[in-house]
Every structure is written in C-alpha cells, then in structure tokens.
Ligand binder design. Structure first.
Ligand code: PLP
Length: 440
C-alpha cells in the first residue's frame, strides 16, 4: 500500500506547480501566493497586502471572509455538512429558495441549485429544451458562459476556449451582441441596438426559424467578453421577440448578479425580465453554489429525475447564501455599489483625458472596465499595455484582471463593501500604473 511520507514545503510545491495543477488554467498572470483574505484585501505569502479589485473573479461581493457569512457557514457545518437532496430535505435550501425568489427578477422564483455557473447554464439549456420541446439555442457573439461542455458550446468570447474540444452540442447559433464602443455608429446607441436586432432577424430568416428556437441565452452585460453594456432597446427587443415566438429568454447573471451592477440583478437595471436566470459567483460569496431559476410554469414542466446533483445546493453553501442576502440588505450594499461606482467612473473618465491609451471607460454600479487602445490608430486593441499595467499595479499593491476578446480591457470589480478610501487607494495605484505603462 502506498503512503504519503514526503510532506513538501509550500515553496517547493509552488515551484513545481506545473507538475501538480493542470496547465489549462489561466497562465497569463502570475499566480500570486495568498495566505489569507479579509474584506477588500488579500494578504500575500510575501508579507504584502494587496487591495483586491477582482474580488475572487467577482464572487466575493460582500468582501472576503465576511464575518456574517463565515459564522452562518460554520454554524451550519457543525450541524450537517451534506445529505442527499431529493431524498432528504434541509432548511437552508428551502429558506434560500424562498428568500432569493423575493429578489430575483420577474417571477424567476423556482430553483434548481447546483455548484457553479457552468452547471447553472447547462441546467438552463436543458430546462429550455425540455420545457419547449424545441432544440435551437441562440447565444451571442463574445459571450462567456463557462467551461463545462454545454457551457463551452454556447461560449464565443475567445475561439481558443473552444479549440480542441469539439464536437460541441448541436443546434447552437450565434447572433451579434451590440458593442457600442466598437460599432461604426457608437454615438447612436439606439441604432447600434437596432443593427444587432436586424442581425438576429437575419438568423431567423436564413438559418433557423424562430419556431425551432427554445431559448435566447444572453449576459445582460457581457463579462469575460469585455464588460460590454448593450443598449437598452436591444434587450427590450429580445424580450418582445421571445414573447412573439414562444422562445424563452435566459439571462446569464452569473457575473452581473448579487448587487454587482447596483441592483440585485442587471435585469432590474434594464427593467427587462427573463424567463430563466442563471446564478453563481456572488450567490454564496465564494462557497460553491449555483442556481438555475425559472418561472414556476416553466420549471413545473421539468419532469422528476430529468436533472439532478449530488453536492449542488449544499447546506453550508445555502447557509452562506442566506447570509449574503442579509448582508447586502443590512449593509445597504446596492446603494454603496451605486455611489462608489459612480465616483469611480467619474475619476476614470478624468484619467481618460490624460492619456491616449484609454479608449473607453464604462460601467454600471461596481461592474467597471477600462478598454485600452493603441494611440493614433482606429481603436486598435492594446493588450500589450494591459499586461504592463497589470504587472505595475500588482507591484504597487493592487490586484486586477483583464477581460475582452483581445485581452485589451481591465475590469475593476472591488467588493461591494468597498469604502471611499479604498477606492481612492485603488484609483491612485491604477492611475500611476496606466501613466507609467504608457511611457515604457
Ligand atoms: C457570465 C458567466 N457565466 C458563467 C460562468 C461560469 O461560472 P463558473 O466558473 O462558476 O462555472 C462565468 C464565469 O466567469 C460567467 O462570467
């Protein structure tokens, strides 16, 4: 029998990380070794404190290790870690469904709880197909929905996420997502939205008739694709098209949810209600949890045993999820996201006037991004300068991460608990890094 006799030091393990962890994980960024995390900061093994404007890929919306969330999880853990949902029952999952259903958009208040965003998307696709008895799914170019095979099939933010993994799920189609900054008519938002609607209608005319389409699957604001905020008229038109043809509208709010945009969900910021919504990330502040939520009349069609899970909706994650809802409410985090976000946008727009490498500053609530371009070009994406800024910012104590099809955009997504002082600290470092990177 083999036994573990050789316990290695952490430093040794880090040095041999390539022998231990699959190389498919992001490699475009130094793996910063972290000892602990609290609120808006992570503390490096190097003894340095880093202001975290990535918030665990947008999962830790109420700040790292929020005491209320930790306490709720600990208290649940001491009672029960896991049991078999469907066979047994437990209070946190039912209570979470009840309370979450009071803040999700429209009537999306019946839940299937899984473990992650990708699973939530897979669940949404399965539910849409099952309940409509149609197979076509239309996703939108530049969208990101996760890494399971189902979610990869509807992802198109970068072709390299798909390369080598085909064949994908059949009957998936892609339509245009309006990208105002890169549109030829960027100053006319309505028109930009209309062009994307025309593109969808062309798909219906040339490729797949609407009667064969189960669902349109869309991020109300594209995340990995570059923090792209579509014109409202486009999302409103998607809702109308779905109503006209009996197509289900799925909003993937894995990244936009739980207060990130200054509303509970981006759906509410645009005042457009989906039929199905996918949730994860901020739902339990980093505990593994995801959810596919739908209107009751859709969910009730999903026959017994047609979907399932072992650890999805874990009692601990659900208890953490309940604490997240309480925290967002009691600490007025939606209002804080709106206030701090508006301030950040104002300051970043001032920075834009000082350098030609910033092409665009955009955001809603605390879902903010800066897109970089090469000076004296027609908005040529500038991923080189983004890499320099990321490294300089990290050296100065600010953790950031890029997004965008060409990795030309930097997202700034602090925890929703962020204070004005922390915003100032982050903006000072970011501005220094941007101005310095431009001279290198
Ligand atoms: C919009 C969106 N959907 C789905 C996912 C996948 O979530 P997970 O990584 O939890 O599977 C992500 C992850 O970044 C996302 O941003």
């Amino acid at each position: 029998m083999s036994e573990i006799k050789n316990k290695k030091s952490f430093e040794y393990l880090v040095e041999h990380i390539d022998d231990l962890l699959a190389p498919c994980l992001a490699q475009d960024w130094p793996n910063l070794s972290i000892e602990r995390a609290e609120g808006s900061y992570v503390y490096g093994k190097d003894g340095k404190r880093y202001l975290d404007f990535l918030a665990g890929f947008g999962a830790c919306n109420v700040g790292h290790n929020h005491p209320r969330v930790i306490e709720a999880a600990k208290s649940q853990m001491s009672k029960m870690v896991h049991t078999a949902i469907g066979v047994t029952n437990y209070e946190p999952i039912l209570r979470l469904a009840d309370e979450l259903g009071q803040v999700t958009p429209g009537d999306t208040n019946v839940f299937f709880f899984g473990n992650s965003g990708s699973e939530s998307v897979d669940g949404a696709i399965k539910l849409a197909r099952y309940s409509t008895q149609r197979s076509g799914i239309i996703a939108f170019l530049g969208g990101f929905h996760g890494r399971s095979l189902g979610a990869t099939s509807v992802t198109s933010s970068k072709a390299k996420y798909r390369t080598g993994h085909s064949p994908f799920m059949p009957d998936i189609y892609f339509a245009q997502f309006p990208y105002p900054f890169r549109s030829a008519i960027s100053d006319d938002l309505e028109k930009c939205g209309q062009l994307a609607i025309d593109d969808l209608n062309r798909l219906f005319e040339y490729v797949i008739e609407p009667q064969e389409v189960a669902a349109l699957l869309v991020e109300p604001i594209q995340g990995e694709g570059g923090y792209i905020i579509p014109p409202k008229n486009w999302l409103v038109a998607l809702r109308e098209i779905c109503d006209k043809y009996g197509i289900l509208l799925i909003f993937d709010e894995v990244q936009t949810g739980f207060g990130r945009t200054g509303e509970w969900f981006a759906s509410q910021a645009f005042n457009v209600n989906p039929d199905i919504i996918t949730l994860a990330k901020g739902i339990a502040n980093g505990f593994p949890l995801g959810a596919t939520a739908a209107r009751a009349e859709i969910m009730q069609k999903w026959g017994a045993v047609s979907h399932g899970t072992t650890c999805g909706g874990s009692p601990i994650s659900c208890a953490a999820g309940l604490a997240v809802i309480e925290t967002i409410q009691e600490e007025n985090l939606l209002a804080n996201a709106q206030k701090q976000g508006a301030y950040m946008l104002e300051k970043l727009r001032e920075l834009k006037t000082k350098t030609p490498i910033i092409g665009d500053v955009r955001g809603l609530g605390l879902m903010i991004a800066v897109e970089f371009v090469k000076p004296n070009t027609d908005k040529e994406p500038n991923s080189e300068v983004v890499q320099r800024i990321l490294r300089l910012a990290l050296e100065k104590g600010l953790l950031l991460y890029p997004c965008g099809h060409w990795t030309q955009t930097i997202r700034l997504i602090p925890a929703l608990t962020v204070t004005r002082e922390q915003i100032e600290e982050g903006l000072d470092i970011f501005s220094e890094a941007v101005l310095e990177a431009n001279t290198q």
